[in-house]
Design a protein around this ligand. Structure first.
Ligand code: ADP
Length: 205
């Protein structure tokens, strides 16, 4: 956050809202949460997040999907892949996710989000149980073989710098709520596992 925006926010007082989050949840028929997918590029975050989102939508849940690529082109179009900008990228996504939770939605986010401290920052902005970290655990080797967007090839040749797993670090989640192993589980199996976990966690019945 810049010095000038810090100064501005000091003088801002929140206005109470007439419709509460609880009322929105009750009207929607489910609890709002953030499904925070994290993992290397090509791990399967977008594929699984999309499939889960579609399944939840079919069941009448109010959902929204924030995806790395669509956010990078819009809201965060001014940010690079430097460590500093990666932190700001996740901070903004965390703030947007929080607004969606306030709106009563099940919001899915599919971002590499390589730094543990950033994921913790978002978790700490939400109430206990509202942040569901989903580790899409796929080895670098498998991701690089899949290379769905040809990005590993470019990173290896040096035309992309600061690529997670190659010349930028990825902090492995220590105790994610859900841990997927996509080399051993199909997309369908991963989706079933997540839906089952959401039911266990009372997100919806
Ligand atoms: P990310 O969003 O993590 O960068 P993508 O979802 O864009 O990854 O790409 C993952 C690729 O891996 C897709 O081409 C997908 O079809 C493939 N894939 C193969 N097996 C799986 C699996 N079990 N789960 C998710 N994706 C898988």
């Amino acid at each position: 956050m810049s010095e000038s925006s810090k100064l501005t926010s000091e003088h801002i007082v929140n206005h109470p809202q007439s419709v509460t989050r609880e009322q929105r949840s009750a009207a929607n028929g489910h609890n709002p949460v953030v499904l925070w997918y994290t993992g290397l590029s090509g791990a399967g975050k977008s594929t699984i997040a999309n499939a889960v989102d579609a399944r939840l939508f079919e069941q009448g849940c109010h959902t929204y999907l924030l995806d790395g690529d669509n956010v990078r082109h819009g809201l965060n179009g001014d940010l690079t892949f430097s460590d500093k900008d990666r932190v700001e990228n996740i901070r903004r996504i965390g703030e947007v996710s929080k607004l969606f939770v306030d709106a009563g939605l099940i919001v899915s986010t599919a971002f590499i989000s390589p730094f543990m401290s950033d994921r913790l920052m978002v978790r700490n902005q939400l109430e206990v149980g509202q942040f569901i970290e989903i580790f899409v655990d796929t080895s670098l080797d498998v991701c690089e073989k899949r290379d769905p967007k040809g990005l590993y090839k470019k990173a290896r040749s040096g035309s992309i710098k600061n690529f997670t797993g190659i010349d930028s670090p990825y902090d492995i989640p220590v105790s994610p709520e859900i841990h997927l192993n996509t080399a051993g589980q199909s997309v369908e199996q991963c989706v079933d596992l997540i839906i089952e976990q959401l039911k266990i966690r009372n997100v919806f019945v």
